[in-house]
Write a protein of this length. Sequence first.
Length: 304
Amino acid sequence: MFHLLQTEGTTPLLLPDSVQKEHLRKAIEKLVNLDLSVVIPSLLEDLIWIGVKLFIALIFYAVGRWLIRRVVKLLDLTFERRNVEPSLRSFVRTTVSVLLVFVLIMIVVQTLGVNVTSLIAIFSAATLAIGMALSGTAQNFAGGVMILVVKPYRVGDYITAQGQTGTVREIKLFSTVINTPDNRTIYIPNNAIATAIIDNYTSAETRRVDWSIAISYGDDVDVARKAILAMFEADSRILKDPEAVVRVSSLGDSAVVISARAWVQTADYWNVYYEYNERIYKELPEAGIRFPFPQMDIHIKNEQ
C-alpha cells in the first residue's frame, strides 16, 4: 500500500507504507526519550509568560473600557449643552464607541503577541467588499448624516420633498419618515431627499395667507376692501405687523380679482385659511358684493 507525501520544494511522491511506519516509530521514540527535567521548566516558564501577557491584556482592556465610557459620557454632556439633535447625538455616540472599541481590541491583541497587520488587512478588504455591495445603503447613510448636520427640517416640520407632502415623524440614518395629511406613512431614502428641493412650511414662526377673490364688474372695490380688512382687524390671529393688504390683482374676462394677504402664526395657517374662505363667501354679499359666474357674450348677426 502506498501514500502520497508532499515535501517542501518537491513534487508529490509515492512512498510505501513501511516508510510511513518507520517515521511514526521514530516520532514515538523521540517522545518517549524526552528529557522532562528540561521540558517542564521551559514549559512552566512559557506558561508564566503567557499568564503575564494575559494579565497585562486584561488590564489594558479594563482601562480602555473605562476610558471609552468616559469619552462617551463627555460627548453626551457636550451635546446637551449645545442642544444637538437627538438623532445626530445617537449616531455620533454609536460611531465613536464602535471605533474606540475596535482600537482597544487591536491593542489587546497586539499585547498578546498577535500580529495585527494581517487582521487589519483582512478587515479592510472585508469593509471594501461590504461597502461595494451596499453602495446604495452607504449613500443613504451619508445623506442621513448630512440631514442631521445641516438640519433642513426637524421632527414635527411640515414639508414637501420628492413629490410627497406631510409632517416629519422620524429622521432615521437611512430614510426619513413622514405622515401625510390623510395619515399615510411615507419612507423617503435620505440620499434622495438630501439632494432634493425641500419646501419646509413650518421652519419659520409666521406665514402669509393668500386669498384670490373674484367680484363682479361694477361692484365697489373699496367696499369689498373695507369689509375684508374689518374681518382681519377683528381677528386676534391676524398679525398687525406685517400689515394685511387687500388690492386688485387683475382684471379678468368676467370678474375683478382681488388679492387679500394677511400674516399669521404658522400654527394658525390652515385654520385661518379655511375659515376665511367661508367668511368671505358669506359676508361679502351682505355688503353688496357679488361673485360672478363665468360668462360669454354671443352676438348673432342676421344677414339677408
